[in-house]
Design a protein. Structure first.
Length: 250
C-alpha cells in the first residue's frame, strides 16, 4: 500500500509532524520546488505580487497528488498563508487543515552555528521540518558573516558565503522548531557583516529592512523567483568590502 502523501506549508506544530511520522506518511514540503514547471502557471490562482514561496506552494499543489495538506496560518508563517489556504481548499479534493504553531520548546540551533557549506546548512534545516528529532550536536564555529532571513527559493544565492556563516532569522526559528518566536527571529550579531534577505513581496521584508537599518554592517537584499547575477554580485562585493573571503574556504 502506497504511503499517504501529505503536503506541509510552513512549520506545522510538532504534534502534527509526530503524528505524520508515526503513520509513516510521505511528507512533502510545499514551500520547496517539487515539480519542474514554470512558476508562472500559478498566476492563474495567485497574483504575481505574492512571494515566490507561496506561489511555489500553489504550483506544487496544482501538480502533486496529495492526500492531505497542513498549512500554518499563524504568526509562525504569515497572514498571506491564510488566504492561500482558502485557495488550496477550493482547488484540491484533499482536505486542507489549517494549523497555528505556537510551540515554544527550544530544540537548539547547532546547524545554523556550525562550520558547513551554507547550502548544506539550509538543506539540513529545511529537511529537519519533517522530523520530530533535534539536529545532531554539532560544534559551533566562530562566525565571520551572517545570513538573516527565510530559506530562499533559489539556493544559488548562498554560493558566495563562507562556511563560517551563521544563519539567523526565521530559518534559525525553523531549526529550533519555534517558528513564531519573534525574539529569536530578531536576534542578530552586530559584530559580523550580515545579509538581511527576504523574498520579494514577503511581509518579512519590513523586518529585514528594519534590522538591516539598525545593524552597523548590513546589506538588505530581496529577490523574487531566482537569484540573478546582480544579487550574487551585491553579496560578493559586500562580503569582500567587509573583509570576508567569499566562497567555502573563507
Amino acid at each position: 500500500m502506497a504511503p499517504i502523501r501529505v503536503g506541509i506549508v510552513g512549520v506545522p506544530p510538532l504534534d502534527v509532524i509526530r503524528e505524520l511520522c508515526e503513520a509513516d506518511c510521505r511528507i512533502l514540503d510545499l514551500d520547496e520546488p517539487q515539480v519542474h514547471k514554470s512558476i508562472d502557471l500559478s498566476s492563474e490562482l495567485l497574483p504575481r505580487v505574492y512571494c515566490a514561496i507561496l506561489r511555489t506552494v500553489v504550483l506544487n499543489a496544482m501538480f502533486l497528488d496529495l492526500d492531505r495538506v497542513y498549512i500554518d496560518v499563524g504568526p509562525g508563517k504569515c497572514d498571506c498563508a491564510l488566504h492561500v489556504a482558502s485557495i488550496l481548499e477550493e482547488m484540491l479534493t484533499a482536505p486542507v487543515i489549517r494549523t497555528t504553531n505556537l510551540d515554544n520548546q527550544p530544540f537548539g540551533t547547532p546547524i545554523c552555528r556550525t562550520r558547513m557549506k551554507l547550502f548544506d546548512k539550509f538543506m539540513a534545516v529545511t529537511a529537519g521540518v519533517r522530523s520530530v528529532k533535534p539536529a545532531d550536536n554539532l560544534e559551533p564555529c566562530t562566525p565571520t558573516a551572517g545570513f538573516w532571513g527565510v530559506p530562499p527559493r533559489d539556493f544559488s544565492i548562498l554560493e558566495a558565503f563562507p562556511d563560517t556563516t551563521h544563519i539567523y532569522g526565521w530559518t534559525r526559528c525553523m531549526e529550533n522548531k519555534t517558528p513564531a518566536d519573534l525574539e529569536l527571529e530578531t536576534h542578530v550579531n552586530p559584530d559580523i557583516p550580515m545579509v538581511f534577505f527576504s523574498q520579494s513581496f514577503c511581509a518579512k521584508s519590513a523586518l529585514a529592512h528594519h534590522l538591516a537599518r539598525l545593524h552597523p554592517r548590513a546589506l538588505f537584499l530581496d529577490c523574487d523567483v531566482t537569484a540573478g547575477n546582480s544579487a550574487r554580485a551585491k553579496i560578493e562585493a559586500f562580503l569582500e568590502l567587509s573583509g570576508v573571503p567569499t566562497g567555502p574556504e573563507g
